[in-house]
Write a protein that binds this ligand. Structure first.
Ligand code: PLP
Ligand code: ZN
Length: 416
């Protein structure tokens, strides 16, 4: 047990159990719905570090917030530098959206180029604490590549289950990081179920974020950084894309932990964005009813999750915060890729920019005000999925190596 952790509490029946190795889900509710939250002793956190100490820390990674994490300070950690991603205030993008206080948190700048590194690094540290030689997960792609990378850095083996549709960039990462890659010929739901059976069968360390309560704790560090990078003056809104729902739950948990520890004075509203081609949680939220499975029909592969694995925590995050959810078309996602790239030099993958696409809709509807302080999280880097990037922007101008032809071709391109 870690000193700052009180225990694990079931989000369904609220039963509290000790945080012991091997305990992931609620013993009463089981893995269906019995997802746990890590409970902290906030006084212990404040005894470990103060806000002022953290602000002066020269550890420019998510481990500057060690006192808020469920790992032992002495545990072995991989050398990769995860977190402390840049928070930009891109003037061009703000202008094009008509917003005066818009920030972009670029989490595509992590070691394996997505926000998932924040969870995967916790997974391999916990696996190390539990002396597990092999870690495993199923993933739409980024959890996979980030687990493989962090496992490689930690000297652990990884077994990764991905749906056959995962983009080549992510598959290449897996192979480079030496994972055993199982490409499941089926949907993400099929992939998740097979991985759960195999993990049970072989006893591997389980990195499935909806099951393992420690991973959301890693993801929450993005919220801690946003607060600190804004001088502990929290934004009005934080907006990001949603698949399984673990990331948005992590963002909310991060702000709540800071609030309960007395480090911030208020909480932001949280907005979740999905693609209209796969939006079970947006539908459930807007129609105020239980979620139903949906087809996975979107180019944003990282959020093509028809059967979300952490729906309750995700919806709770949005509702408790007084936030909202919105679905955007794939065309709007491609447009957001162009807009972010061209106005601010930031390159996100489709799911990475879906938050920005949703922001545009919510501003147009007047739900988010033009002068409100908003942070949109770019959750993954665009180089992971080149095919869709090319779809967004088209092919370059082809010329023979002759100035005459170049001049002719440039005449056809008035923007030059
Ligand atoms: C995983 C992922 C998401 C969504 O996170 P969930 O926890 O599945 O909701 C969004 N964007 C990117 C790039 C991702 O990899
Ligand atoms: Zn329970």
């Amino acid at each position: 047990m870690v000193k700052n952790v009180l225990g694990l509490r079931c989000i369904k029946c609220h039963k509290e159990v000790p945080a012991e190795a091997g305990t992931y889900t609620c013993p009463s509710c089981g893995s269906k719905g019995g997802i746990m939250d890590v409970e902290y002793d906030y006084q212990a956190i404040n005894r470990m570090t103060t806000r002022e100490q953290v602000t002066k820390s020269r550890d420019y990674s998510m481990f500057r917030y060690l006192s808020f994490l469920p790992i032992r300070p002495e545990s072995a950690r991989p050398h990769l530098s995860v977190g402390w991603s840049p928070l930009y205030k891109p003037q061009g993008l703000g202008k094009s959206l008509g917003m005066s206080n818009l920030y972009i948190k670029d989490d595509g700048q992590n070691p394996t180029a997505s926000l998932k590194d924040r969870a995967s690094i916790i997974a391999v540290i916990k696996a190390g604490e539990e002396k597990a030689p092999t870690v495993a997960c199923s993933s739409t792609g980024n959890a996979a590549s980030s687990l493989a990378g962090n496992a490689a850095a930690m000297g652990l083996k990884s077994v990764i289950f991905v749906p056959s549709r995962a983009p080549q960039g992510k598959i290449a990462q897996l192979q480079i990081f030496g994972a055993t890659v199982i490409s499941v010929q089926g949907s993400y739901d099929d992939t998740f179920r097979l991985s759960a059976e195999a993990i049970d069968h072989f006893g591997w360390y389980n990195r499935n974020a909806a099951i393992n309560p420690y991973l959301v704790e890693g993801k929450k560090t993005v919220a801690l950084e946003i607060a600190e990078q804004l001088n502990w003056d929290v934004p009005d809104w934080v907006i990001l894309s949603v698949g399984d729902g673990c990331t948005i739950a992590g963002v909310w948990k991060g702000f709540r932990d800071l609030y309960q520890a007395g480090w911030i004075e208020r909480l932001p509203k949280i907005a979740g964005v999905q693609s209209t081609g796969c939006c079970p949680l947006v539908d459930a939220f807007l129609e105020d009813r239980p979620w139903q499975p949906k087809e996975e029909n979107t180019i944003a592969d990282s959020i093509a999750v028809g059967v979300p694995r952490n729906p309750d925590k995700a919806l709770k995050a949005v509702r408790e915060s007084g936030g909202t959810m919105v679905a955007v078309s794939d065309e709007a996602i491609l447009a957001a890729m162009r807009e972010l790239g061209r106005s601010s030099g930031i390159f996100g993958e489709p799911a990475g920019v879906a938050g920005t696409a949703g922001l545009k809709v919510l501003v147009a509807k007047g739900i988010i005000g033009a002068n409100e302080k908003v942070v949109a999280i770019v959750t993954g880097n665009g180089l992971k999925d080149i095919q869709n990037a090319i779809k967004a922007v088209g092919e370059p101008t082809k010329v023979e190596p002759s100035l005459k032809e170049l001049l002719l071709k440039l005449d056809e391109r008035p923007e030059v």
